[in-house]
Design a protein around this ligand. Structure first.
Ligand code: FES
Length: 99
């Protein structure tokens, strides 16, 4: 039994977003992090100093490990941000700004 069945969830129709240029299926109500995890992506940021990979750590908006660029805006918390149809999600390197 998958999580949707366990929760007896009946989400609306799936839609598509992109992650680093590839199409990824999403469901209404999912966060960016949930969509990326569902697609098998566990890392979408690199640290400023050593370029180490990061993804979800706390999952509740506290640690800021999950920062990601969405629609050109860097430093969005993937674990809190609801995904929207057509979102363009990209790996964030360092601060996400050209510096
Ligand atoms: S995983 Fe900690 S803020 Fe998103």
């Amino acid at each position: 039994m998958n999580p949707l069945e366990l929760a007896r969830a009946r989400p609306g129709p799936a839609f598509t977003v992109t992650f680093d240029g590839r199409p990824v299926e999403a469901l209404p109500g999912q966060t960016v992090a949930a969509v990326l995890w569902s697609a098998g992506v566990t890392s979408w940021r690199t640290t400023r100093g050593e370029g180490r990979p990061r993804g979800v750590f706390c999952g509740i908006g506290v640690c800021f490990d999950c920062l990601v660029t969405v629609n050109g805006r860097p430093n969005q918390r993937a674990c809190l941000l609801p995904v929207r149809p057509g979102d363009v999600i990209g790996t964030q390197e360092g601060t996400g700004h050209a510096d």
